[in-house]
Design a protein. Structure first.
Length: 198
């Protein structure tokens, strides 16, 4: 399947996989705008949380497959091929964006003192790590997909691993609707993880 690098903005009819040629490309060009993740659950201004570093929860940056190790939005064309959404760029790599979203969401929903590894200074005993498996578009189902395998580690206790997934329909394979759908799916996953952490 060939993918063109046509200029200008074009919306694609989602049911027509062949129309993706106008929306995805393997080339790189300067972004007109950038996509970000915005947390649905935020810590209120002025709220203070106090705990020892040992009692804090550390959320590590997730591992990612190579297709997510950049600031592009992958489009899964079929089981064996992907392309990147034309003119869609994240403000940072998905791993960092998802880590920041998860820190904010877990802090807001659970009341935990959530730190990064540098702030914890190696003294924390509770960690969340894992792998961001998918963070893109499934062209066959016309959905934004976020899949996150999370590992909960508590020193001296059993390690637990769980997969979290969320999907959101998209109205068009174009930067604006894709950004909205991925933001919603990412917040869904972050909320599920926050509830799991408790």
């Amino acid at each position: 399947m060939m993918f063109s690098k046509t200029s200008g903005s074009r919306l694609c009819a989602l049911p027509l996989i062949m129309a993706l040629g106008a929306c995805v490309s393997f080339g790189v060009k300067a972004p007109v705008s950038m996509l970000v993740l915005t947390a649905d659950n935020v810590v209120a201004s002025g709220v203070a949380r106090t705990a020892t570093a040992a009692d804090a929860l550390v959320i590590q940056m997730p591992q990612v497959p190579r297709k997510l190790d950049n600031n592009r939005v992958p489009v899964q064309i079929d089981a064996s091929s992907i392309a990147y959404l034309k003119d869609a760029f994240w403000a940072d790599k998905p791993a960092r964006l998802m880590q920041s979203l998860l820190v904010e969401t877990v802090s807001a929903k659970s009341g935990n003192l959530v730190l990064n590894e540098a702030d914890a200074g190696g003294k924390a005993v509770r960690y969340l790590s894992g792998s961001l498996i998918d963070f893109g578009i499934d062209a066959e189902t016309n959905e934004a997909v976020v899949v996150y395998d999370v590992v909960k580690i508590i020193r001296g206790s059993a390690t637990e691993k769980r997969r979290f997934e969320a999907r959101r329909p998209i109205s068009a394979i174009a930067p604006a609707p894709v950004g909205v759908a991925l933001n919603a799916a990412a917040n869904d996953v972050a909320g599920q993880i926050a509830d799991w952490v408790g």
